[in-house]
Design a protein around this ligand. Structure first.
Ligand code: ZN
Length: 302
């Protein structure tokens, strides 16, 4: 039952449970042309939506840190974003980003918001950890280093969303809040919504204290064996637990009405895969941020 240690065992390529080994470090070149984003099978091949999760990219500024908060010079960060944007097929200058605060507020993004947070954080949508939109060619972008990225797409209504769920956002149910916002703003039915839970710190590496466990318990989402899968005591360490952040968010999405088969968990722990992703825990706070991006497109089919 013991999982990999933080910064421990070496992995060959990206360990992605259930999807086989994804393309590894060899796929990451120093020029933007060969950057290989992580993608979800559940969104791939669908017309009208583009998405990707960026990775640590040696050769880009600060290994491809895409945050204006941690990444230093904004022009260098924007250049890295543009390299990834070209690979994913979106326009970096139209990106809409948020000033993330580990909350559960959801912002509705319109075409008028294009470019907010694309070049400077001060222009990003404030105090928001979830973005939803029905506007095409309006890429949503949030930054991560252990917290769970949750990407949403409702092909029936033609809308997308993107949420940032660390433990605070998880116990505030930002996942469920995003599902409800898609319904309120666009008429999305939960049964039509697809969600991808991206690379995040896994139950192997995420040790938390009483505050997290109390917050999770207050949601009353899981009980019995299911609760035991989300929360496991750390042997010999009173007051500490392993917390399964991705599973907690899957359960919240299911409670909000999503079909289990419409939820894809990347199954990749950021701390175990620190050569591919930034990990706040594994790197003791001294790290960058990768980005999750999702966008509706108006130009398909060509
Ligand atoms: Zn791990």
């Amino acid at each position: 039952m013991t999982g990999p240690k933080v910064g421990g065992s070496k992995v060959e390529g990206l360990k992605v449970e259930g999807r086989g080994a994804a393309s590894g470090a060899a796929a990451l070149a120093t020029d933007g042309g060969n950057l290989e984003p992580f993608t979800f099978a559940i969104f791939s091949g669908l017309p009208g939506v583009r998405h990707g999760i960026t990775r640590r990219a040696p050769g880009l500024h600060r290994d491809g840190d895409l945050s204006f908060v941690t990444g230093g010079a904004g022009t260098a960060v924007f250049a890295s974003r543009r390299a990834w944007a070209g690979r994913i097929g979106i326009d970096a200058g139209r990106v809409v980003a948020a000033r993330q605060v580990h909350g559960a507020a959801v912002a509705r993004v319109t075409a008028a918001d294009r470019g907010r947070g694309a070049r400077v954080i001060a222009e990003a949508i404030p105090d928001t950890d979830s973005l939803v939109t029905d506007a095409p060619d309006t890429p949503l972008l949030l930054c991560f280093a252990d917290c769970a990225p949750i990407l949403f797409h409702d092909p029936a209504r033609g809308v997308v969303g993107l949420a940032h769920a660390g433990w605070r956002g998880t116990v505030a149910d930002v996942a469920g809040a995003t599902v409800r916002a898609l319904g309120e703003h666009f008429g999305s039915r939960p049964a039509d919504i697809r969600a991808g839970i991206g690379p995040a710190i896994g139950p192997c590496c995420y040790v938390v204290g009483r505050d997290v466990i109390d917050g999770w318990a207050a949601l009353d989402v899981a009980e019995g064996a299911e609760l035991g899968r989300v929360v496991r005591p750390v042997a010999g360490s009173a007051g500490q637990w392993y917390f399964d952040l991705p599973l907690a968010n899957r359960l919240l999405l299911e409670r909000a009405g999503l079909r289990p088969e419409h939820i894809e968990d990347a199954g990749a722990c950021t701390a175990c895969n620190v050569e591919h992703f930034f990990s706040h825990r594994a790197e003791r706070g001294q790290t960058g941020r990768f980005a999750a991006i999702i966008q509706l497109t108006s130009d398909e089919p060509a």
